[in-house]
Design a protein around this ligand. Structure first.
Ligand SMILES: [Zn+2]
Ligand SMILES: [Zn+2]
Length: 233
């Protein structure tokens, strides 16, 4: 089923069937949006080079990363998590709107393509199997597959495994959340010496990325970079 979903997801790019813009209904280009709507998306230009946190114009590092750098070496996000990106991501994630997901992944792949220091492979942030079952797909995996296709990088979807459901994490304080999360991933393949590109839909606190990166580095990975569609403030 996963295989069918991925090929369905990618088939949009082989033969674009999205004649109408997802946002305004006008005729769309191959990426599912019309040119004016694409141009108005809230692209993230000024951000922390390490964690992608939106920053004032000209600033390149956020105070938190300067004080205590995270385990991952860089993070890139294509957009601010703001209208209409937030709405499109929600539709993709919770309502099975694969067309929205595909458009976003395709546009983001162009916006944040790694030019130098490219990762050796891409790894989506996994979902716990229970959530995977109820949703039917992992949105991060579909994004990673599109990034991998455009960046010509292999995608290892089973390299990281989610150990325990973390639905309750939102209620915990950040420090406690980090402690819990660092035990929540397991590495299932050899990663020694590799530069891993983690892929997620949205970066919020960065706690999930930090936990996944720590797990990968502890397993011998040389470096971890992160790529996402959007970043919250
Ligand atoms: Zn439009
Ligand atoms: Zn930062």
């Amino acid at each position: 089923m996963v295989y069918r979903l991925i090929s369905h997801f990618l088939s949009h790019s082989v033969a674009p069937r999205l004649a109408r813009c997802l946002l305004c209904g006008d005729s769309a280009t191959g990426n599912g949006l019309c040119a004016p709507c694409s141009a108005e998306l809230p692209y993230l230009h000024d951000a922390c080079g390490t964690c992608a946190l939106p920053l004032p114009r000209g600033a390149t590092s956020c105070p938190r990363c300067l004080q205590r750098p995270p385990s991952f070496s860089s993070a890139s996000a294509a957009w601010h998590y703001a209208f209409p990106i937030g709405q499109l991501v929600q539709h993709f994630k919770y309502r099975g709107d694969l067309a929205a997901g595909h458009s976003l992944a395709r546009l983001a792949a162009v916006a944040i393509e790694p030019r130098d220091r490219r990762p050796d492979l891409l790894v989506p942030i996994p979902l716990h199997w229970r959530r995977y079952w109820s949703r039917g797909y992992n949105q991060a995996q579909l994004i990673a597959v599109e990034f991998g296709r455009q960046w010509q990088l292999p995608v290892h979807s089973r390299l990281l495994r989610k150990r325990s459901a973390t639905e309750t994490q939102l209620q915990l304080k950040r420090a406690q959340r980090l402690r819990n999360l660092s035990q929540s991933f397991a590495v299932g393949e050899a990663v020694a010496g590799l530069h891993i590109g983690l892929v997620d839909d949205v970066i919020t606190t960065g706690a999930t990325l930090e936990a996944a990166a720590r797990t990968l580095l502890a397993a011998g990975a040389a470096q971890v970079s992160a790529y996402a569609l959007a970043r919250t403030p």
